[in-house]
Design a protein around this ligand. Structure first.
Ligand SMILES: Cc1cc2nc3c(=O)[nH]c(=O)nc-3n(C[C@H](O)[C@H](O)[C@H](O)COP(=O)(O)OP(=O)(O)OC[C@H]3O[C@@H](n4cnc5c(N)ncnc54)[C@H](O)[C@@H]3O)c2cc1C
Length: 380
């Protein structure tokens, strides 16, 4: 069976995304039940659903803020893994301070003409579509003047340049938008409502990070949809098409990594032993968060800390962890994800921003004042 046929079967049965609503490729199950379904699928060695931005972030945001027309237009191709999407939020001068974004959208009849520059866009080179934050009213308050578009990446006005990270992969990109076009109907959540929609998406992003086990979801990254599913699965298990980014969230926490560090716990060094125990406690807390009961920012911070702890422990566990490719015990998955671990403290909002959110939103501390700004940062 081809990957395309398998993903369609999973989507249409409702077992691919059991936490999505009934009638929308889901079974209205809880996050905990969804995790159990993913575990069962992993246990029998079955290939998982696509695992890119379209499935994890766009679909839930679309179902929450999109109208029926948009849901009918895009949800099926997302659920069945026909298209990869990316997220055009960050700009060279607007990362944490996302509301400072300058990409401009000007209305021209039924279309919007987009000009600006985005950066750190994961997977843009392989994406068919993107969600885009752009300023539709430059005179409005900086949060109010933003809209949330769906944009076709395969058009002349969109140019994608790769950025290499230290794993050697080129998953990041700089994206230039020069008179790129968007259909007026392709606005999620209504004109000027982009900030609200973006906050929903960022919450989903942090929630997805804040669970200990990635449940065996498989990456969509440049998968050949016509290839036999068994062959693609074997290639991915060998590390073939996989990049550091897609492994950092799951693999650095996986059983190979724990087997590398377990020996440290039984050694003589009390500091290493304590560090292993601490990492195991963090892993356990994240596993227990399958119900998504932790504040997303707390879970995200914990996940980023765990990635760093396991990276450091893995590196001191011996030469096995430092070998790459075929020489490594796990074809280099650990090394790649360890090199990428620092990125987990930046992607989806930095650790510092998460601490601000927890302080201001959960603990009721006074709001931070930002020089030159009367409003607040990315994660309002
Ligand atoms: C792995 C990865 C994947 C990514 N994928 C995407 C993607 O697909 N799409 C996308 O749009 N973006 C993506 N990004 C970009 C990411 O969202 C930004 O890098 C992030 O929001 C930080 O913005 P910045 O890099 O501009 O840093 P800055 O905002 O310039 O921050 C620099 C430093 O200042 C600190 N800082 C900033 N403001 C405050 C404050 N108010 N209080 C305390 N400290 C503060 C930050 O914590 C950081 O340490 C990705 C990043 C990574 C690492």
């Amino acid at each position: 069976m081809s990957v395309a046929a398998w993903w369609r079967l999973l989507a249409e049965s409702g077992w691919g995304y059991p936490h999505w609503p009934l009638g929308r490729f889901g079974k209205s199950l809880s996050h905990l039940e969804h995790t159990e379904v993913e575990r069962a699928r992993t246990t029998v060695g079955a290939f998982g659903v696509p695992n890119d931005v379209s499935v994890t972030l766009v679909a839930p945001t679309l179902m929450e803020h999109g109208n029926e027309v948009l849901i009918n237009r895009y949800l099926e191709s997302i659920a069945t893994g026909q298209e990869m999407w990316c997220q055009l939020f960050s700009e060279p001068d607007a990362g944490s301070d996302l509301a400072g974004l300058r990409t401009l959208a000007k209305r021209d009849g039924d279309r919007w003409i987009i000009n600006g520059s985005k950066v750190w866009t994961t997977g843009a080179h392989a994406s068919r579509r993107a969600v885009l934050m752009a300023r539709t009213d430059p005179n409005a308050d900086r949060h109010a003047g933003i809209s949330f578009f769906i944009i076709d990446m395969k058009q002349p006005g969109v140019s994608v340049s790769p950025l290499k990270d230290m794993t050697g992969d080129e998953e990041f990109n700089q994206v230039s938008l020069t008179n790129a076009e968007v259909d007026h109907q392709d606005i999620i959540g209504g004109l000027g409502e982009g900030w609200r929609v973006a906050m929903t998406m960022l919450q989903h992003e942090r929630d997805a990070d804040a669970v200990g086990h990635d449940g065996g979801g498989d990456v969509i990254n440049q998968v050949d949809l016509n290839a036999p599913v068994g062959q693609v699965q074997r290639d991915q298990e060998k590390g073939g098409a996989t990049s550091g980014f897609f492994y950092a969230t799951g693999s650095v926490k996986d059983d190979v990594t724990f087997s590398l560090i377990n020996q440290l716990a039984s050694g003589e060094d009390p500091v290493l032993r304590e560090s292993v125990i601490k990492a195991k406690i963090h892993r356990r807390v994240l596993d227990l968060n399958a119900r998504r009961e932790l504040h997303p920012s707390v879970g995200k911070l914990l996940n980023a800390a765990l990635c760093r702890e396991l990276r450091d422990l893995g590196f001191v566990s011996g030469p096995a962890s430092q070998l790459a490719d075929d020489d490594a015990i796990d074809e280099g998955h650990f090394l790649k994800s360890a090199l990428f671990a620092a990125g987990m403290s930046i992607a989806g909002g930095t650790d510092e921003i998460q601490r601000n959110i927890i302080g201001e939103r959960a603990l009721g501390l006074p709001r931070e004042s930002i020089p030159g700004s009367t409003t607040d940062h990315r994660e309002t």
